[in-house]
Write a protein that binds this ligand. Structure first.
Ligand code: VGL
Ligand code: ZN
Length: 208
């Protein structure tokens, strides 16, 4: 079983959104080509889904600005602009993403006291979303990951897939992904590669 995980391709992470990733919207057409390519038995999307006043928001920390480091439940935490608040347009999947072809949407980041970059578990690793069991139950042995942002949610999801789904093979689709900073992206790619994740582009998927 081959699955595709489309990570956080949401309005909030695209230009014009509250936490825009440079060129974030450019992943949409590539993601749609992957969806249409017919290579995947299962397509999953993750959705950052924060309650108002989430502890990762700088606005929840008096005196702090977005992109400063702070602390959340005793752990160092990058403080973000308010983003992807539940039931706001910022949290919606990108309107041009073929989300009608997505079989399952995994929401995350709902606990105010801990951030959840990974689609599989919170940053403190204490609470799992259930996505690892979902993939394992369906017999997924190969998982391709792409989306936003490479240096945060994509990387953490890819590493957790390896740790949490026994025997799974993980690939990162670079041209279907964008990150917040260039340094963050290259460090994330190095880290993924060092863990045995194959770095590919969408052409490799589409030619079968
Ligand atoms: C993300 C920062 C905060 C992401 C989510 O999707 O990469 N980054 N929340
Ligand atoms: Zn978030």
């Amino acid at each position: 079983m081959k699955a595709l995980l489309l990570t956080d391709i949401q309005i909030g992470f695209c230009p014009g959104g509250n936490l825009p990733v440079p060129e974030g919207d450019q992943v949409v057409s590539v993601a749609n080509a992957l969806i249409d390519g017919g290579q995947y038995d299962l397509i999953v999307a993750s959705q950052d889904w924060h309650p108002p006043g989430h502890g990762s928001f700088a606005s929840s920390h008096p005196g702090k600005q977005p992109f400063e480091m702070g602390e959340l439940s005793g752990m160092p935490q990058m403080l973000w602009p308010d983003h992807c608040v539940q039931n706001t347009s910022d949290a919606e999947l990108h309107p041009e993403l073929k989300s009608e072809e997505v079989h399952f949407i995994q929401r995350k980041g709902e606990n105010r006291r801990v951030d959840s970059y990974s689609a599989f578990r919170d940053n403190d690793k204490a609470h799992s979303t259930g996505l690892a069991d979902f993939l394992q139950e369906r017999g997924v042995t190969e998982l391709d990951i792409c989306g936003l942002a490479t240096d945060y949610c994509v990387k953490f999801s890819a590493l957790d897939a390896l740790d949490m789904v026994p025997g799974i093979k993980v690939r990162f689709i670079e041209d279907a992904s964008r990150g917040i900073t260039p340094e963050g992206v290259s460090a994330a790619i190095d880290e993924m590669r060092a863990r045995g994740i194959e770095i590919i582009d969408s052409r490799k998927v589409l030619k079968g």
